[in-house]
Design a protein around this ligand. Structure first.
Ligand code: FES
Ligand SMILES: [Fe+2]
Length: 433
């Protein structure tokens, strides 16, 4: 029987899978601590989760114009994402087809052609190789440029969110999102949305799963971790985070929906636009929304939260990725979104509300990342294996789901861990496939 981290390293892949099957029991609320601190698990996750599912890479509004491009990583490997003159968005593996140099090293810009810094091969933003220095002289008639275009990466979008995958057999993105689309519509499809500025990026010494877990279902912590916010009077009281619904759908997706809310915290001049983009039921959810926090499996979280700025309640919408950089390190990339057709003054206040709460300088963000770091540190010690330490994910196991106007399995307040159990259930399914 397994005693230490060392013995996991020495196991064959099949044995590791068996051990996961034996020790991880999401439906019973049993999640072992070693999952957050073990290198073997991390390596297997890369292969079984990050190379298999759809992973978020950016928002269409980040490259709005012909010739715009951005470089992003898809599970650790660089992509160039371009928009051509027909408006089509494509992703290419950021590797020159001559000898493998990274073709583009800028974060973003506007270019119709990319020239390789090594020998100068020139590629169009649609992927074709269009120029080779001294081609006739040095290759004669031997080089077929049409065979040497950039390698395209599988990309699909949903309501402006761009996802990529390395899995050629991945199900279509819309199938993978399934019923969860109903809720994503409210977050990113309620109106034409645009990203403000460049995404914020910062490094946290945390395992990536803690971020996903926190956003998918941990409303319970807000009362304590973020208790100072209630003391400052920025939210009505310390238990404000309990009221509402927790909902999860297939494939590990889940969210927490805070409701009711007496004040409409979105730009009122856009009500017609909201009604055009949402169903009646979705609009009802938006109208009563206090906050909405969730996670698209595996590592794309989103958040709508309200803050009082200059005496008026104002919403801010953001999406964030917990990008794994190691078993105990991740990069947080956070994009702030606003309604494109809102007034500038509203957009500015919404941005202020975001910066005050969720950003490297935001109050919530700092509260959370302190916790994530400490959990990760403890998970890496010998104790999780020696004593077979498990986390307790049993909250709400005794409760039955309720009827809700949207799809999925819903509970009628947010203090349950059903969505986290659902996250780990799908995680385990992929890890042991
Ligand atoms: S590696 Fe790019 S031109 Fe040679
Ligand atoms: Fe938090």
């Amino acid at each position: 029987m397994l005693k230490t981290d060392q013995s996991l390293k020495e196991m064959s892949k099949d044995q590791v899978v068996n051990y996961l099957n034996e020790s991880v029991k999401p439906e019973e609320g049993v999640i072992p601590a070693y999952l957050l601190g073990n290198q073997t698990v991390y390596d297997l996750e890369h292969e079984k989760v990050f190379l298999k599912t759809w992973i978020f890479v950016g928002h269409e509004s980040e490259i709005p114009n012909t010739g715009d491009f951005m470089t992003r990583e898809l599970s650790g490997y660089s992509l160039i994402i371009t928009r051509d003159k027909e408006g089509e968005i494509r992703a290419f593996y950021n590797m020159c087809t001559h000898r493998g140099m990274k073709l583009c090293r800028a974060d973003k810009g506007n270019k119709s052609f990319f020239t390789c810094p090594y020998h100068g091969y020139n590629f169009k933003n649609t992927g074709e190789l269009v120029g080779v220095p001294l081609q006739k002289d040095i290759y004669g008639e031997n080089l077929d440029r049409s065979e040497m275009g950039l390698h395209q990466v599988k990309l699909q979008s949903y309501k402006g969110l761009i996802f990529g995958t390395w899995n050629q057999d991945a199900e279509p993105l819309e199938e993978f999102l399934g019923d969860f689309k109903w809720y994503l519509d409210i977050v990113v499809g309620r109106a034409e949305m645009e990203v403000i500025g460049a995404p914020q990026r910062f490094i946290v010494n945390s395992n990536w799963k803690i971020g996903s877990d926190n956003f998918v279902g941990d409303s319970y912590h807000t009362m304590v971790t973020h208790g100072s916010i209630a003391k400052l009077g920025m939210v009505p009281n310390a238990t404000y985070s309990k009221r509402g619904f927790q909902i999860h759908t297939e494939n590990g997706h889940g969210l927490n929906l805070g409701t009711p809310n007496p004040d409409f915290a979105f730009p009122e001049e856009l009500i017609d636009e909201y009604k055009n983009n949402l169903s009646e039921e979705q609009f009802e959810v938006l109208s009563n929304l206090k906050n909405m926090i969730g996670n698209v499996f595996p590592n794309l979280s989103f958040l709508i939260s309200h803050t009082k700025i200059k005496g008026k309640l104002i919403s801010n919408t953001s999406i964030r990725m917990w990008r794994p950089l190691g078993v105990n390190k991740m990069e947080v990339i956070a994009w702030m979104l606003v309604e494109k057709n809102a007034h500038k003054e509203w957009k500015d206040r919404s941005r202020d509300s975001f910066i005050l709460t969720f950003s490297p300088s935001g109050i919530f963000e700092q509260d959370d990342t302190e916790v994530f770091t400490d959990i990760t540190e403890a998970a890496q010690g010998p104790m999780p294996f020696q004593k077979k330490l498990n986390y307790n994910y049993t909250m709400g196991l005794h409760r039955e789901p309720v009827e809700f106007i949207g799809p999925g399995v819903a509970y009628n307040d947010k203090f349950t861990e059903a969505a986290q159990r659902n996250f780990y259930k799908y995680w385990l399914e992929l890890m042991t496939k």
